[in-house]
Design a protein around this ligand. Structure first.
Ligand code: GLV
Ligand code: MN
Ligand code: MN
Length: 410
């Protein structure tokens, strides 16, 4: 029997409609978590899901669940989903692709009046990006019990607004207890955000797992002083000390095969052109697929920072604020994805995710896996991030058939 296929044009149109909310000049999206634009995107997805015949609920941390009943609703649903928040210079695909593929599964099943044994569920997870509120993948983390609700609700943005306040402001603090139900399996569709599928001419990545990461916040304190009158040897320039650490962080990642190391955010105080900076706050993101290697990277960074503090007399506080372990996805779910990709005639290969995903949290409580499609030049977290019409449809088709297969198993 020919496998069922999604409506590729409708899937693409939905992606573009979602991408019009918070669109940036270069065609990307700036839709930070729990802003009014995030609300608009959430409202749209809920409208689509209700239109496909689903009941929609929201939990305390704002995660959204759209459920399509099965023949036996005592069985755990087969679920999919992703996020609709973006980076400040995000693209139209990182997150929305996975949500829209889920919506398209609901619509295709409705079109063809397909009944599944298990219920099907589509989720939208809160604050995946970790850009406005750290850490990332927070909503799925609360659902999976990786973080407790109180911790999540109290996270603040740089203006001191908490997640709890932001949720209430956009009307998305739901009633449902986070993590109150189980999944039979969870599959997330996502763009690869790296260059491997494109370089190998493959359409589908069967994601084997994700690398570990550790996040740090560093505060360097020196002394504000006059730029014109303070002799060079008397300065305690916090930015100068921070800059040396930035360079070292880059060297650490570059010096190790598969190492990744980034300083992505920095605040300079008082940020005045004729005052020597007395305080600098910045973030460090270190990643590796091998946790032992990552631990060595962390030790090297800490040792270097301590050395700079000793040498310069600057005060240096390095706080570790988050760690996400390396993860392997579920073998059986991966095998289902690979088999459905083959049945649909798509070239597939295994890939490791360099990025973190909500699926990584959910995989700690349910059989989990991910489907990647290529993105142009492997570019992501960039307004020009792009994936093709055909590859987006391929992601939707593999998801549809993998979910159908799992949803008809007891
Ligand atoms: C999520 O976007 C990440 O930082 O990996
Ligand atoms: Mn994402
Ligand atoms: Mn992202």
């Amino acid at each position: 029997m020919e496998p069922l296929r999604v409506n590729a044009q409708r899937l693409w149109d939905a992606l573009m409609e979602l991408g019009a909310i918070g669109e940036t000049p270069l065609g990307g999206n700036n839709r930070l978590a729990l802003t009014d634009l995030d609300r608009q995107a959430r409202d749209l997805v809920i409208r689509w899901c209700r239109g496909a015949g689903c009941e929609v609920t929201v939990d305390r941390i704002g995660n959204i669940f759209a459920r399509r009943p099965g023949k036996d609703n005592s069985l755990a649903p087969i679920a999919t989903g992703s996020h609709v928040d973006t980076q400040p210079t995000g693209g139209k695909f990182d997150g929305p692709l996975g949500v829209v593929c889920g919506v398209e599964v609901l619509r295709t099943l409705a079109d063809h009046q397909v009944e599944t044994l298990r219920p099907i569920e589509v989720t939208v997870w809160t604050n995946e990006e970790g850009s406005r509120f750290a850490p990332a993948t927070l909503g799925s983390g609360v659902f999976a019990g990786v973080y407790d609700l109180e911790f999540a609700m109290s996270r603040q943005d740089t203006d001191g607004v908490t997640i709890g306040e932001a949720l209430r402001a956009i009307g998305y603090e739901g009633e449902r207890e986070a993590g109150d139900h189980e999944f039979g399996a969870f599959i997330e569709v996502h763009i690869e955000q790296g260059p491997i599928l494109e370089a190998n001419g493959k359409t589908i990545g069967v994601v084997s797992g994700a690398q570990a990461r550790r996040w740090f916040e560093v505060t360097v304190t020196g002394q504000d002083a006059h730029a014109g009158t303070t002799p060079m040897e008397r300065r305690r320039d916090a930015l100068l000390g921070a800059s040396r650490i930035v360079t070292e962080v880059n060297r650490i990642g570059a010096g190790i095969p598969d190492g990744r190391s980034t300083v992505g955010m920095m605040q300079v105080h008082p940020n005045s052109r004729n005052t020597i900076p007395g305080r600098v706050f910045f973030t460090i993101d270190l990643r590796h697929h091998d946790e032992a290697v990552l631990a060595d990277m962390v030790a090297e960074m800490r040792e270097y920072a301590a050395g700079i503090a000793r040498e310069t007399g600057l005060e240096m506080v390095v706080d570790e604020i988050w760690t996400a372990p390396a993860l392997r996805f579920d073998e059986r779910t991966k095998a289902t994805i690979a088999a459905q990709a083959e049945a649909l005639g798509y070239d597939a290969m295994p890939v490791v995710s360099g990025a973190g995903h909500d699926a990584c949290n959910i995989a700690t409580i349910a059989p989990g896996a991910m489907i990647f499609i290529p993105c142009a030049d492997g570019i992501s977290h960039n307004e020009t991030e792009s994936a093709t019409f055909e590859d987006s449809a391929a992601g939707g088709n593999v998801l549809l058939n993998a979910m159908l297969h799992l949803a008809n198993e007891r």
